[in-house]
Design a protein around this ligand. Structure first.
Ligand SMILES: [Zn+2]
Length: 221
């Protein structure tokens, strides 16, 4: 969840943005309406719904159409689906560019060298470069998934310089966070489930408060 002082109401009540969800990939087929309404009742004002593959592109846009005030649509190819070949990637590019007015962010996309099943580093690098370039070209935020791939993630962001970047589920060190901050780009760090891993808890909490500071955790879209 994304917290920001800008999200406080005049009564000092906190509002939230769910910065990374996958509502449109089937798991919520039976209770999507209930899930979204429950979030809204609990002061969530936006949910960024992420596609991960061609199969979920239309679904995310349909969810946004059904809940236009709540849902923001992030459309992209996750590294897991980057090994599907040239036609697949070209179809994704065509879809994204022809629906760009309905799309709020490009993603989720990125590099994951931990799980290389059905993909290669080259496939992942190629797909991520394409996604980052589209984000840059259309001035859209880029939602980045990066795991065990800091150097390549860093060099692609440094080379393409998308205008806004969300490093979803940040899992690198504070030195690496500092390197990214020093690029001078508009980068937001988000901390996901890794916060619950036994050895990561104090390390990441320290990083969050001491290095990045709460000023970086603010409204993104
Ligand atoms: Zn995700």
């Amino acid at each position: 969840l994304w917290y920001s002082e800008n999200l406080l109401t005049p009564e000092n009540k906190m509002k939230y943005i769910d910065s990374h969800a996958h509502l449109s990939q089937g798991d919520y087929a039976l209770d999507l309406d209930e899930t979204i309404n429950k979030a809204v009742r609990n002061d969530v004002i936006h949910i960024i719904d992420n596609a991960d593959s061609l199969d979920s592109f239309e679904n995310v846009l349909n969810t946004k159409k059904a809940y236009p005030n709540i849902i923001k649509a992030a459309i992209g190819i996750h590294p897991e689906f980057s090994g599907k070949g040239e036609d697949y990637l070209n179809t994704a590019i065509d879809f994204i560019t022809s629906h760009i007015d309905q799309i709020d962010a490009i993603g989720e996309c990125g590099l994951d060298y931990h799980y290389l099943s059905g993909t290669s580093k080259e496939d992942e690098l190629n797909t991520f470069r394409v996604m980052a370039s589209i984000a840059k070209q259309y001035n859209k935020p880029l939602v980045v998934h990066s795991r065990e791939a800091f150097d390549d993630t860093y060099s692609i962001l440094k080379g393409i310089r998308p205008d806004k970047i969300q490093l979803h589920c940040f899992c690198y060190s504070k030195e690496e966070a500092k390197q990214l901050i020093d690029l001078g780009l508009n980068i937001k760090f988000s901390f996901g489930g890794v916060l619950t891993f036994k050895n990561s808890l104090w390390k990441i909490t320290f990083l969050l408060v001491k290095v990045i500071g709460f000023k970086f955790i603010r409204e993104f879209l």
